[in-house]
Design a protein around this ligand. Structure first.
Ligand SMILES: [Zn+2]
Length: 252
């Protein structure tokens, strides 16, 4: 029997799901090849040396053997364990949320160095327990921007005139802010958005992480923006999934 072809890669573990009795399918976001789904054999047995190395949010270097349907991890080495995150429940939940966002916004084997950098930097910054939910909003907005779904927040999505300082509407369908006048004429649903929320969205889209984290944002505004971005992301991901299915249909 011919020996399987092997290759090396490095990346951050996004998640793992059990396979059979002792194996696991590991999803890893790699620097060179984007998202990969690989089998790790025997890792759910207690004496497996690999097991602890393949936990979510670990940055590892791996050797992989090509398989007919799915490739298999043969060796793992830790590059960065991000242990500070794992030791703090609040940080773990934030880190896992980053991983989930990356997983949902990306497709298999499509290289994305910006996505990798966003995740790596995001985890690296999650060191202090004072990291607020603003970090999550920053991550969401940056991921939208990288993947081409950054919302239009300077001009009205309908008439393209610059928005006046006022409360307006946010349209998921149109991908951004609908000026108050166009909103009143529109029959499509849009969520009300305050001046403060528009400002915060602009900060999240265009300012550095440090500047954003230095802002003192009232809780009520944070909640508003969380709802707004959450609803927009659900809309975008749904559209993405449908278009992916469509691509699958026409290429089969
Ligand atoms: Zn308008």
């Amino acid at each position: 029997m011919a020996r399987p072809r092997t290759y090396k890669s490095e990346g951050i573990i996004l998640k793992g799901i059990p396979l059979g009795e002792a194996d696991r399918i590991v999803t890893i976001y790699t620097l060179g090849s984007g998202k990969l789904r690989l089998v790790a054999k025997g890792v759910r047995r207690s004496r497996s040396r690999m097991s602890g190395y393949l936990e979510p949010l670990t940055y590892v270097s791996i050797s992989v053997a090509e398989g007919r349907n799915i490739d298999t991890i043969t060796e793992v080495e830790i590059i960065q364990s991000f242990r500070e995150i794992r030791e703090d429940l609040l940080l773990v939940s934030k880190g896992l949320y980053f991983a989930e966002i990356v997983d949902k916004f990306t497709v298999d084997r499509s290289p994305g160095s910006a996505e990798f950098k966003l995740l790596f930097d995001g985890l690296g910054r999650l060191k202090a327990s004072y990291t607020t939910d603003l970090a999550l909003r920053y991550f969401e907005m940056q991921m939208l921007k990288i993947t081409g779904f950054g919302p239009e927040i300077y001009q009205c999505v309908e008439c393209h005139t610059e928005l006046e300082v006022d409360s307006h509407g946010f349209s998921n369908l149109k991908g951004g802010i609908l000026g108050s006048e166009c909103r009143s004429k529109s029959s499509e649903p849009s969520a009300a958005i305050s001046v403060g929320a528009i400002k915060l969205l602009r900060y999240l889209q265009n300012e550095s992480y440090d500047r954003v984290m230095g802002l003192n944002i009232p809780e009520v505004l944070l909640v508003d923006v969380e709802k707004l971005l959450g609803s927009y992301i659900r809309y975008v991901l749904d559209k993405k999934i449908k278009s992916k299915e469509f691509i699958g249909l026409i290429s089969s």
